[in-house]
Design a protein. Structure first.
Length: 240
């Protein structure tokens, strides 16, 4: 199984270890993993901010960068959801739209790829912790990912997973939403973190580091007894 990685901007700049852990897990799962160093952004920040022409050029570059990949795997449902659902809004050329459709069929969020493509739900990971899982809006609503990460986490030795109340409610990040509507964003983070703490968990796990970054900032600001962890980091635990 040949896999080409797409590493989102903020993962590359702020959480590179998660990318390395994803490689570690994919290789253990038997994949041949490659990374195209010419890759840049998927175009989502510019698109969401209303700069569609600028986003268009970035998105077209993405199509060319990943044109030959059998499978594209990313540690972010947000970026994957954008490629799958919004690239088609930027182009009207039938040839490019064909590329968009083809790319959309080949790109997968990390946990989705493990379950739906590799049919592998047990990596052999172990982590002694009590955790709760956060459904990111992109994973849940744009990629229709609900059970895949939970199946993987249920097979992590020593990990107890407890569902929080209102688990499908947004954490308040939403990219530029957190900047434009800071007060609302913080209130939503407070609600999400409060629900997580109510489970007695010491760890919040998710498919999306953007959500985890937002919640982690709130947690640290309040000095709360809670940590955040991407699912790739969890699955890389307990084995060499």
């Amino acid at each position: 199984m040949k896999v080409q990685l797409f590493i989102p901007c903020f993962v590359d700049q702020l959480y590179p270890q998660t990318a390395f852990n994803m490689i570690k897990v994919l290789r253990k799962a038997g994949c041949e993993v490659t990374y195209n160093t010419n890759q840049t952004c998927c175009g989502q920040p510019a698109f969401n901010a209303g700069f569609w022409e600028e986003a268009k050029s970035v998105c077209y570059k993405f199509l060319k960068d990943f044109d030959t990949a059998d499978y594209i795997v990313a540690p972010s449902a947000s970026c994957v959801g954008f490629v799958k659902n919004y690239f088609s809004k930027l182009f009207d050329d039938p040839a490019i739209l064909s590329q968009v459709e083809n790319t959309g069929k080949r790109i997968f969020e990390f946990s989705e790829f493990l379950i739906d493509v590799l049919r592998m739900d047990n990596i052999g990971a172990s982590l002694n912790a009590t955790a709760t899982y956060h459904d990111s809006c992109a994973a849940l609503r744009e990629c229709k990912i609900k059970e895949s990460p939970r199946k993987l986490l249920s097979n992590v030795k020593g990990l107890e997973l407890i569902e929080m109340n209102d688990v499908e409610t947004c954490c308040g990040f939403g990219g530029t939403f957190a900047v434009k509507f800071e007060g609302i964003s913080i209130g939503m983070a407070d609600q999400k973190v409060t629900n997580a703490l109510s489970t007695g968990a010491s760890l919040i796990i998710s498919t999306d580091l953007s959500c985890l970054m937002h919640m982690d900032g709130y947690i640290k600001g309040k000095n709360l007894p809670l940590k955040t962890m991407h699912i790739a980091d969890v699955l890389a635990c307990g084995w060499n």
